[in-house]
Design a protein around this ligand. Structure first.
Ligand code: GLN
Length: 304
């Protein structure tokens, strides 16, 4: 499969001027990004990397990091995790509070903000240094020790994240949060502030395309069952109230973030990351979704 040819086609066809959305601004620091940025990286083996554009530039991965946090919590909690967070698509925006009220403080899934906040509670409760363990995991998956939190993004979200803080308080009132609110939101805002490139992300997500093992070293990070569960959740819940549309158009499990990144995997084949900061109304990268739709159309391959 000549992936570079397909990526070059996508790069030629796509232009940020053709999209109509806006860069995220509710986290002030994110509004500073250049909306013209566009990059893509497809990884399917040590010597098999294909890319274009701004694929090696770090950006704020935001909610994409919820997949790493979920993997850590699954390791700790096993199947008991699903009593604290469910596995159904929400059909609601990622930061919605309403569903929590009539579902008694149990979030629909680990990828909406409420779900990731429960996951953060578990990690803060169970680990001595959850921020360091998160960095250790991501650095191991990418073999890149330079990956770190973006302190400016962290501070920006920390000082404006009232909805997320409200959600933790609300779930604590309903009995689904153990720790104090402050360390939970501190971890959550750090989690969202991870800075990575398309190249890093596609390398890290290769474990989900490789039955839980790091491709280069064969080290097992997740069991095949854990990998199946995470991929199923990415397929059904990875794009909030646009998960159906992403499955329909692209046909791969994936995860987006409001920094404009999307990662998707084709099990046993490849992991691909794309970045374009202009978001559609559902908070997903507009050009990124189009680029991935072209990839699965040009290759004629999706999971369906
Ligand atoms: N940090 C963002 C928030 O909590 C993450 C949202 C996202 O990427 N969808 O609102």
């Amino acid at each position: 499969m000549d992936y570079q040819k397909f990526l070059d086609t996508i790069n030629q066809e796509m232009n940020y001027r053709d999209v109509t959305g806006k860069v995220a601004s509710y986290i002030p620091e994110l509004a500073k990004v250049d909306p013209r940025k566009f990059g893509m990286h497809l990884h399917c083996g040590e010597q098999q990397n294909y890319s274009f554009g701004d694929s090696e530039e770090n950006f704020s991965i935001q909610s994409i990091s919820k997949v790493f946090a979920l993997a850590m919590a699954m390791e700790i909690m096993g199947e008991d995790l699903w009593d604290r967070v469910h596995v159904e698509p929400s059909g609601d925006p990622f930061n919605s509070l309403t569903q929590l009220e009539y579902e008694n403080g149990i979030p629909r899934n680990p990828f909406i903000n409420a779900g990731a906040l429960v996951i953060s509670d578990i990690l803060v409760d169970q680990l001595d240094d959850p921020k360091q363990e998160l960095l250790d995991l991501v650095r191991k998956l990418t073999d890149d020790d330079s990956i770190d939190f973006d302190k400016e993004v962290y501070k920006s979200e920390r000082s404006t994240g009232y909805r997320n803080i409200a959600m933790v308080n609300y779930m604590k009132a309903l009995g689904n949060i153990k720790c104090d609110v402050e360390p939970i939101v501190d971890f959550y805002f750090h989690l969202c502030s991870l800075a990575m490139s398309c190249k890093n992300l596609s390398h890290a997500f290769m474990i989900f395309a490789n039955r839980g093992k790091i491709l280069a070293t064969d080290e097992e990070i997740l069991t095949p069952l854990q990998t199946k569960r995470i991929n199923a959740l990415m397929q059904t819940c990875g794009f909030y109230d646009e998960a159906g549309e992403f499955s329909f158009e692209v046909g791969l499990p994936g995860k987006s973030g409001v920094g404009g990144g999307i990662v998707a995997i084709h099990p046993s084949k490849y992991s691909v990351a794309v970045w374009s900061p202009i978001l559609n109304k559902k908070g997903n990268s507009e050009l990124g979704m189009k680029a991935l739709e072209r990839l699965t159309s040009l290759t004629g391959l999706s999971v369906f």
